[in-house]
Design a protein around this ligand. Sequence first.
Ligand code: GDP
Length: 340
Amino acid sequence: MTAGLPETDQALLRAIVSERGPAQRRALAKAITLLESTRADHRERADALLDALLPHAGGAFRMGLSGVPGAGKSTFIEALGIFLADRGHRIAVLAVDPSSTLSGGSILGDKTRMQRLGAHERAFIRPSPSGGTLGGVADKTREAIIVCEAAGHDIVVVETVGVGQSETAVHGMTDCFCLLQLPNAGDDLQAIKKGVMELADLVAINKADLDEAAAMRARAQITSALRFFGTHAHAAQADDAADSWRPEVLQISALQAQGLDAFWDAVTRFRERQAAHGRLAARRRAQDRAWMWERIEAGLRERFKTHPDVGRALPRLSEDVEAGRVAPSVAARRLLDLMN
Ligand code: GDP
């Protein structure tokens, strides 16, 4: 498995799999930087490294977390991460931030976040890869999950913001997708409208310390909304509806580290329930297939756009389509044929 790796990458592999502490952290960061690189020679090395790491991966519980900016994601992940790390878990935190793709800026503002968790010896935090398409960013994060798992992290949290398609992407790479909500009606209605609520396995209403009554109202509202959405989405995966998971809604205060144990109990119940019915493994198989196809489609698009014959024929055929001289479907077929 490791025979094809150059000497430096063999050392990297050994450090990721066998080291602990700062040496392992450095190796993790280095490996992820390698697979985020756009250089062709780096990509070749990264692919070989991923092949070698894959047999060591797969062992973590992968948790997605989403919520609008300000919902308290970083406060929550820090509190939960410390709670879990103190209990012996090794936690890795990754992110998919669409804003870093679009503007070069980051909503998740990685530099100053989660400093206490970042300093914990059993935690590893990696900012969102930046640049490229959302698909590209999500791809790098998926690969980073493999690296973190090979390093023995048993919990991987993938964070994203509650805007745009990134939630679907994170749902597609995690075992359990959690939504962090604020205790006011505006936000939950927004999530319901966008269809994000249907993706949720768990909902946590944060900042319950600010207004307990509002948090309870939000909990009731979301619970009834989930009764409609949740059972449908989850029943589709279940053998029969009676088995299906009903998404739970909890109240927490990330700032005061309240409700973390109840939250983790709910995650554990979800995990055991899904595992018992073979649904965790099935979800991962479906995710892996979808990931492969997503990459095939992205690769084909890229090859099409950079193909010299296509580049030459495209302006004329576009004009013909716009002028009504050639049907769009015919132009598409002619262009695709140029790739043969
Ligand atoms: P993010 O943008 O979702 O990562 O949100 P942050 O974690 O940065 O939190 C946004 C603000 O809300 C910060 O000022 C936090 O201190 C505050 N905050 C987060 N969780 C709680 C909570 O449970 N209660 C209260 N009162 N404030 C909170």
